[in-house]
Ligand binder design. Structure first.
Ligand code: NOJ
Ligand code: CA
Length: 654
C-alpha cells in the first residue's frame, strides 16, 4: 500500500513525498504559494535540489504560477516487461506513482496534471495538459523544467544545435560550465559519488529536450522550430517523460532500462520483426575503391550486389546493405540531395533482379534512403518508396539525414525539433504498416519508443566508425556505453579489419573490432568491412562476428569507468551461449573475469580473442591471439587489453 509522507499541507502550500519500492529514492512534489517544484534524494542525500516546473504558452499567461491541488492519486506498480529483442529479454517496471491534478486559482482556471514515477533506479515525471474550454490549440513557447544539480558535479557532454547533429566527441566538464546547450542523455557524477543521467522517454510530437545552465541552474531547453517556439500542439497533450536515471556507479548506470519501461507496449502485431546482422556495399566507398555515384567505380551495380550476396552466404551473414543504387547521387551529393529519387535505380542496377537473387540465396536486403535532410523531397515519395521495397520483398531500410539541417515545409528545421520528431515517427509508422524494419542514421535520439515500435531496430545518433581516419580516439567508444548507449542501440558499423588502410586508418586493435559487437548493442548490426578482407585475411577472427547475436537474453555489466574502459557479458537468447567483451582507452589494462554468472554444472568451450602482449592500436594493431579452453563458473579468465585494444570471448556449453 502506498503511504504519503505528508509533509506540509494547505491547498496552495504542500509537500508530498513519493518513495521508490526499495526506499532509497524519494521525490518530493512541492507546491509553494501556487508555484510547482520537485526535489529528489537518494539515501536521503539531495541529488536534485528544489527545481521549478512550468511552461510559457504563446499569447497566454505562463502555466505554473497560481495553482492549487485539486486531487492527488497514488498507486504502486509491479510488472516484468518482455521485450521482443534487445539487450535484455525481461526488464522491471516497478514504481510508485503519484498524479497531481492542479487548477489555477486566478485568471481562466486552466488545468495541469503532473505525473511522477519513482523507481529504484530512476525518477520520472511528465506534464499532462487535459482538454479544457478556451484552451485547445496551444503553442508552447518555453518549458521551464529545472534540474537543480550541484554545480560541482561532473558531466559528460556533446553540444546541441551544431551542424553534425549528435556526431561529436564526448567531453568531460563541470556542470557549472554547461552554458552552451548539450544533448541528453547527459551523464553526471555528483560530489557525493552518485551517477545520474538526465534524459527523456517517449518523445513524440514535441521538440527534443536539450539541457543548458541558466542563472546557475540546469534547465530544459526544448529544441525550437524555425518560428522560435517549442511546439504547436492540441489538447489533450502530454510531454515526454523527464527522466533522471540514478545509479551508485558508472557501470551500474549502463544497466538502466527505465526509458523502455516508460514507453507503451506495442499496439499492433510485430511478431514479424527480426534483428539482423549484415554486410554492405559500403566501406568500399569510404576507402575510395567504389563510389556512391554512377561511373567507372560505381559500387551499387547488379554485378557487385550479386557477388556480395554470394559473399554473405559464404560468411554466414544474413543481410546485405546496398548504398548508392538510386538515382540522384551524382556530383556533390550533399548539395544535390534534393534530387534523390527513391523509386528510380541507376542504369547499372536492377533492383528486382538483385532482390530475386538475394531471396533465392536466403539473404535479406537492406535498402537505403539517403535523404540528406531534404524531408520535403522524401515525404513526397515516402509511400511509393516503401512500396517499391515491399513489393521487392525487402524488409529492412537504412535511412539517412546527412544534412546539417532538415528542409521541412520549405524551411530549415533542426533534426531534433518537433517537425523532425514528427517526420521520423511518420517513417517508423509507415514502415510498420509495410512490415519494414528501420535503421535510422542521423536520427532523432532514442527515447525508448522501440518498445512501442519494435520495427525501429537501430539508429546511429553519435559519431560512428565512419569518423575513423583521424576524428576518433580509442576513448570515444569507452564513453559511449555510459552516455549515448543510455538512449538505446546504436549502429556503430563495427568490424573494420583493414586497420592500416591508407585512406582510413583505424584507431583500434583487431580484437577490439570484435568487442564492439558486444559493447555497442544494435538490433541491426553491420559487419562493416568489405567481405574480401574477412575471407582472404581473417577467417578465424571473423568466426566471432559470424557467431555473435544481435539480440540477447540478459546483459550483465561487469566493470568500467566513463571514457576509460567497459566490460560487459551478454547471454544469447538460446539461454546457453555467453559473449563477454571489453574495450579500453589508450591505457593498457588487465581484467580478471569471474564467471560466477555461468550456469551451475555446465562446462563451456571458451574461445578467447585477445590483443597480443605487443599489440598497440598505433604500431601493431593486428597483434592478437586466439586461444581455446574449457571453463566452468569456478574458473576465472584473465585477459589483457592493449592500448586502444579490447577482447572478446565466446562461451559455448559443451
Ligand atoms: C552517413 C551515414 O552515417 C553513412 O552510414 C552513410 O553511408 C552516408 N551518410 C551516406 O548515406
Ligand atoms: Ca552519420
Amino acid at each position: 500500500m502506498f503511504k504519503w509522507a505528508n509533509l506540509r499541507s494547505d491547498k496552495l502550500n504542500l509537500e508530498r513525498e513519493i518513495v521508490s519500492p526499495n526506499g532509497r529514492n524519494k521525490c518530493k512534489f512541492i507546491l509553494k504559494n501556487g508555484k510547482i517544484f520537485y526535489q529528489v534524494t537518494r539515501d536521503d542525500k539531495i541529488i536534485v535540489d528544489l527545481s521549478a516546473l512550468g511552461f510559457l504558452i504563446s499569447g497566454e499567461e505562463p502555466v505554473g504560477e497560481d495553482l492549487k491541488l485539486v486531487r492527488a492519486i497514488t498507486s504502486s506498480h509491479t510488472e516484468t516487461i518482455e521485450l521482443p529483442w534487445g539487450e535484455d529479454h525481461f526488464i522491471p517496471n516497478n514504481y510508485q506513482e503519484a498524479t497531481f491534478y492542479l487548477a489555477e486559482t486566478k485568471s481562466v482556471r486552466r488545468l495541469l496534471t503532473l505525473r511522477f514515477r519513482v523507481f529504484d533506479d530512476a525518477v520520472a515525471f511528465r506534464y499532462e495538459i487535459p482538454p479544457q474550454p478556451k484552451f485547445q490549440q496551444i503553442t508552447i513557447a518555453d518549458e521551464l523544467t529545472e534540474f537543480n544539480i550541484n554545480l560541482n558535479s561532473l558531466a559528460w557532454k556533446i553540444p546541441a544545435y551544431e551542424p553534425d547533429r549528435y556526431e561529436y566527441n564526448y567531453e568531460r566538464a563541470g556542470v557549472y560550465e554547461l552554458t552552451h546547450a548539450v544533448h541528453t542523455p547527459l551523464t553526471i557524477k555528483t560530489p557525493s559519488g552518485y551517477y545520474l543521467a538526465l534524459h527523456e522517454a517517449a518523445l513524440y510530437n514535441y521538440g527534443s529536450m536539450t539541457i543548458k545552465l541558466e542563472d546557475n541552474v540546469l534547465k530544459s531547453d526544448i529544441t525550437p522550430l524555425s518560428d522560435g517556439t517549442c511546439a504547436h500542439v492540441s489538447l489533450p497533450f502530454q510531454t515526454p517523460w523527464r527522466l533522471i536515471m540514478v545509479a551508485d556507479s558508472a557501470i551500474g548506470l549502463t544497466a538502466n532500462r527505465t526509458m523502455y519501461a516508460l514507453n507503451d507496449p506495442p499496439a499492433q502485431d510485430f511478431s514479424w520483426v527480426e534483428t539482423l546482422k549484415f554486410i554492405g556495399i559500403w566501406w568500399a566507398m569510404y576507402v575510395g575503391e567504389w563510389t556512391w555515384a554512377p561511373g567507372d567505380r560505381h559500387g551499387a551495380t547488379t554485378e557487385h550486389a550479386k557477388a556480395y550476396v554470394d559473399a554473405a552466404v559464404r560468411l554466414g551473414i544474413r543481410g546485405l546493405l546496398i548504398e548508392g543504387w538510386n538515382d540522384g547521387w551524382e556530383g556533390n551529393w550533399l548539395e544535390n540531395g534534393i534530387r534523390n529519387n527513391f523509386v528510380k535505380t541507376t542504369d547499372d542496377f536492377t533492383l528486382a533482379e538483385v532482390a530475386a537473387y538475394a531471396r533465392s540465396h536466403g539473404v535479406e536486403l537492406v535498402g537505403h534512403h539517403e535523404t540528406v535532410g531534404f524531408v520535403d523531397n522524401y515525404e513526397k515519395q515516402l509511400s511509393a518508396a516503401y512500396n517499391y521495397y515491399a513489393v521487392n520483398n525487402i524488409h529492412y531500410i537504412k535511412t539517412g539525414y546527412a544534412g546539417s539541417m532538415m528542409q521541412i515545409n520549405g524551411r530549415k528545421e533542426f533534426h531534433h525539433s518537433q517537425l523532425g520528431v514528427l517526420h521520423y515517427q511518420k517513417t517508423v509508422e509507415l514502415a510498420a504498416a509495410k512490415r519494414i524494419c528501420l535503421d535510422i542514421h542521423e536520427p532523432i535520439k532514442g527515447t525508448g519508443i522501440e518498445r512501442t515500435w519494435p520495427n525501429l531496430l537501430s539508429r546511429e545518433g553519435a559519431r560512428g566508425q565512419e569518423y575513423e581516419g583521424g576524428a576518433l580516439s580509442p576513448s570515444h567508444t569507452c564513453f559511449l556505453p555510459y552516455t549515448r548507449m543510455l538512449a538505446g542501440g546504436m549502429d556503430y558499423t563495427p568490424g573494420i579489419f583493414d586497420l592500416t588502410n591508407s585512406v582510413k586508418r583505424i584507431s583500434t586493435t583487431l580484437t577490439r573490432q570484435l568487442a564492439y559487437f558486444v559493447t555497442i548493442y544494435s538490433g541491426m548490426t553491420m559487419a562493416a568491412d568489405r567481405p574480401q578482407i574477412y575471407e582472404e585475411r581473417f577467417q578465424d577472427v571473423f568466426n566471432f562476428v559470424r557467431d555473435v547475436p544481435t539480440t540477447f537474453e540478459r546483459t550483465i555489466p561487469i566493470a568500467g569507468e566513463i571514457g576509460e574502459y567497459y566490460i560487459v557479458a551478454r547471454l544469447a537468447r538460446d539461454l546457453k551461449t555467453w559473449f563477454i567483451a571489453g574495450v579500453t582507452n589508450e591505457v593498457a589494462r588487465r581484467a580478471h573475469l569471474e564467471l560466477s554468472f555461468l550456469a551451475d554444472n555446465f562446462v563451456y568451450n571458451a574461445t578467447i580473442y585477445t590483443d597480443s602482449a605487443d599489440a598497440h592500436y598505433r604500431d601493431n594493431p593486428f597483434g592478437h591471439e586466439i586461444t581455446a579452453r574449457r571453463v566452468s563458473k569456478k574458473d576465472p579468465i584473465d585477459v589483457y587489453m592493449a592500448p586502444g585494444g579490447g577482447f572478446a570471448i565466446e562461451l559455448k556449453p559443451l
